[in-house]
Write a protein of this length. Sequence first.
Length: 120
Amino acid sequence: MDRLAQANISLFSAQLNDLIMKAFVNFLEPVNKRKEESPGLLWRLIDEEWRSASYIESPFKDEMIAINIGVLEGIAFFKNFVYGTVHSYFLKNQKKWLDLSKPSQFIICGYQQATYPPWS
């Protein structure tokens, strides 16, 4: 495997404009910018204004759905970014911003460079 497709789908604990979400929202752009400037990011879902996928209107018409989809250059990049950068703070503190009492999904799929993720 030399590519990694990943998707996270969760529910926010409050709307993005709520004061509870301030730290999360304030760090979305810097964390995503760091990821985008890393050679290991190949693609990520963003809105028309180049913002986080969190700002994309949900097809379910639910503003509380948090989504993150991307294609990365393998598991080493994924592990380093998630656990070795400021992103780890948000992972450790996700209960502040995500409703962990509701189901969430994390999907990770490895594939060869010459092929595409199974859901493409």
